[in-house]
Design a binder for this molecule. Sequence first.
Ligand SMILES: [Zn+2]
Length: 251
Amino acid sequence: MAHPDDAEILIGGTLFHLKALGWELGILTMTSGDCGSATHTREEISRIRYAEAKAAAETLGAWYECAGLMDVEIFANAENQRRVVERMRQFNPDVVITHSPVDYMVDHEETSRLARAACFALSMPLYQTRQIAPAKPTVATPALYYADPVEGIDLAGERLWPQFYVDITETIEPKKEMLSCHASQRDWLRAHHGVDEYLNQMARWAAGYGEECGCNFAEGFRQHLGHGYPHSPVLQQALSSQLKSRKQPTE
Ligand SMILES: [Zn+2]
């Protein structure tokens, strides 16, 4: 994902379901959120948010790494690609979930491009990341999934429908707890809005997806089914008890 807290907001409930199934989880963010403050310096907020992201990942028992890019400067170029592939090779994932290729912020869209290209490059023995003591190429290309874009809409404001939903009614509380670890962002919004908008907004979005698929809270996903990527529905099968599809309109 692009920034600390994106994984929590977009797919946190699903991650807790996967944890309960015994999956080993890792979160890789492109940046440490170095522009996420109106009061701190970039260095200060970067350190604070890195620690918050690590603490959030710990509530999930997940590995956490940051690729060391800068906010609003995430671009799919060769140097950034090498950093992302290196960190993904370290974790060696079977499944990758990233941002929607179309999203409200270019940082998210470029992260999606980097993750998609990285999945393809992970197992290429001749693709070298030029790091000190580089991780080994992986054996296979991971299955690639896209989270819903923020607010579920494309650049023209149209709903970008998920292929499937995951019912997160049972994991909304740990999802909230995980998001609460990002105190700098929560406090900032609370001071600005006078209410706990950070948690409220996340819950509103999850409730909106829930309404679309007939449960209280949900998260939406699409699988990348282009040539060269695994087509087996590994995530859908693992989450079959929570899997939901869009309710058909009654009129
Ligand atoms: Zn973000």
